[in-house]
Design a protein around this ligand. Structure first.
Ligand code: SAH
Length: 348
């Protein structure tokens, strides 16, 4: 079976050609999938009947089912838990901002990066998500928005998993969703967040997809960062920042750094000063995120006053920084928690 959501427009055209169809059918089918968002081949009414039959026999559209959905009463954030036939589940989140609707997509089931504060890595890496499965996550939100004639305006690859550890599928996903014949999400509105896999950053810089790069930094020294993020032993801060400089030079896009504030670990003013020193000369923006509580981890959140003090210290030293607004805190929208809750529940 061929998964239709798993192909770029050009790949769809080539596949249809291999079935003896004219190439332009690729664009037609692509538009049905992403502009009209049909749920079955039968609805693709400008295709000849014989072709529709053939596609119905040889291809599939949706493969995921919605396991659960939570809607925040506070800010309208919607968190979906999607499940696939092999039993895996991942979360995807729709966030409503004044400037538009953004969707957070998971790129792997679980994760093998081992960050000390993160829930997604607790059970290790289960398997990769295919590009088509990432597309299905986005469509879950877009279909909900279709009811009110709204659209997904931005996408962040910031759910479970490390996108640079699933590079080809992540890039295929990006190509599919930014295609003007489809969902047409502008590349300026696509953000990929990485734990800091340097070869992936360099490759992304070289390949000409100038999306926004977010780098999970979380600590200003190698000692501290290695304790929180094992990946730092392979790609220490100096190497990582060199790759970020390269990304900026190649794409002209400033880097976004994520810094989760963990009480008593990385949230002293001295850390803010070290961070400012580190980032001097690199066009960037720092996103401060009070760490989300993960029961298995027991890291404490930095108190609000200290978050503000940290922020002000960075700004005083000329660093562009903001505190990330929390979304959906009433529905445990924090990373991995819906999936974890579901797994902990006894089977019905
Ligand atoms: N693997 C990628 C993207 C997934 S995680 C990466 O590491 O960037 C998305 C962001 O959430 C990362 O910055 C990650 O470090 C952060 N994160 C993970 N667990 C968190 C927690 N408990 N509290 C706050 N941020 C967390």
């Amino acid at each position: 079976m061929q998964h239709l959501y798993d192909m770029r427009s050009s790949e769809l055209a080539a596949w249809l050609e291999s079935l003896g169809e004219p190439r332009y059918r690729g664009k037609q089918v692509f538009q049905w999938l992403y502009q009209r968002r049909v749920r079955s081949v039968a609805e693709m009414t400008n295709l000849p009947k014989a072709l529709r039959q053939r596609l119905a026999d040889q291809a599939v559209l949706a493969t995921a089912r919605e396991v659960t959905r939570q809607v925040s009463q506070v800010d309208g954030t919607v968190k979906f838990l999607l499940g696939w036939p092999d039993g895996v589940t991942v979360e995807t989140v729709l966030m409503r901002h004044d400037y538009g609707n953004s969707v957070c997509v998971s790129t792997q089931v679980g994760c093998k990066m081992g960050c000390a504060f993160c829930a997604s890595t607790l059970g290790g890496m289960i398997r990769q998500m295919t590009a088509g499965e990432m597309v299905e996550q986005l469509l879950a939100s877009q279909r909900l928005l279709d009811a009110t004639d709204e659209r997904v305006s931005s996408v962040v690859l910031m759910g479970s998993g490390e996108p640079m550890d699933n590079y080809d599928q992540a890039m295929k996903f990006i190509d599919i969703i930014r295609d003007p014949d489809g969902l047409n999400i502008g590349q300026r509105h696509i953000t990929l967040s990485t734990v800091g896999l340097v070869p992936g950053i360099v490759r992304l810089a070289d390949e000409g997809r100038p999306i926004t790069l977010a780098v999970s930094l979380h600590a200003p020294t190698d000692e501290l960062r290695s304790a929180l993020m094992p990946v730092n032993k392979a790609y220490p801060i100096a190497k990582l920042l060199e790759a970020c400089q390269y990304y900026y030079r190649k794409t002209g896009k400033r880097i976004s750094f994520e810094y989760a504030l963990i009480g008593g670990k990385n949230d002293a003013l001295e850390h803010a000063r070290q961070l400012a020193e580190l980032l001097r000369g690199l066009p960037c923006h720092v996103n401060l995120i009070p760490v989300n509580y993960v029961p298995e981890r027991n890291f404490q959140r930095t108190p609000k006053a200290q978050v503000q003090a940290f922020l002000q210290e960075l700004r005083r030293l000329g660093v562009n920084a903001t505190v990330r607004r929390e979304m959906g805190h009433d529905i445990a929208a924090a990373c991995g928690q819906l999936r974890a809750e579901h797994a902990a529940r006894p089977a019905p």
